[in-house]
Design a protein around this ligand. Structure first.
Ligand SMILES: [Zn+2]
Length: 66
């Protein structure tokens, strides 16, 4: 059996670095590691917090890409 699965919930901020929140324990990290350093959950990827999508898309437009 594999460990618990979780995902990084990406929080994109306008004026500071992105943060990634563990969906299992709520731990936040500055970069998405394959395993949560706090609870040990295996990360299956990342997802955007829906409340941040519009803001992130706007930043992509302002910054002109990736
Ligand atoms: Zn965790």
């Amino acid at each position: 059996m594999s460990k618990n699965n979780a995902t990084w919930i990406r929080h994109t901020h306008l004026f500071s670095a992105d943060e990634y929140e563990c969906s299992a324990c709520g731990h936040t990290a500055s970069d998405p590691k394959p395993v949560c350093p706090h609870c040990g959950a295996s990360m299956g990827g990342e997802k955007y917090d829906p409340s941040w999508i519009d803001e992130a898309a706007m930043m992509d437009i302002i910054l002109g890409g990736k």
